[in-house]
Design a protein around this ligand. Structure first.
Ligand SMILES: [Zn+2]
Length: 124
């Protein structure tokens, strides 16, 4: 038997949680130290290198890295946190859909149904 399942409430809850999670991304941010290309750089001359950030991510199955401008580091850190929250949100949807289905379609078999049958008043 085909039944139309109404999950518009769940959908609305999902979108409500989804919007504040922008921007979201998957990957990792790493701080690396590299020498620069400036000639006679006093920092590099002292043997100290410049801090740089790299964003590592997977694209079409391949590991890739991109340099991240310092000004974008806070935004990308927030995006990584949001990415983890988004993933958690996706994990919650399966159980929520099943819970809703069960609420709309009370079990006809199983322990709950057996209990209900036992409690049903006898026909006269
Ligand atoms: Zn330098």
């Amino acid at each position: 038997m085909k039944q139309k399942i109404n999950h518009s409430a769940l959908k609305q809850q999902f979108f409500k949680k989804l919007l504040p999670l922008w921007p979201a991304l998957k990957g990792s941010l790493a701080q690396v130290y590299k020498p620069c290309i400036r000639p006679n750089c006093p920092v590099c001359a002292k043997g100290r290198k410049h801090p740089n950030y790299l964003l590592a991510f997977t694209q079409k199955g391949k590991r890739r890295c991109l340099y991240v401008p310092l000004a974008m580091v806070p935004l990308l850190k927030r995006a990584l946190t949001n990415g983890r929250r988004l993933e958690q949100l996706l994990y919650e949807i399966g159980p929520a859909l099943l819970r809703e289905y069960r609420n709309q379609n009370p079990a006809k078999t199983g322990p709950t149904a057996r209990l209900k049958r036992k409690n049903r008043p006898l026909k006269s």
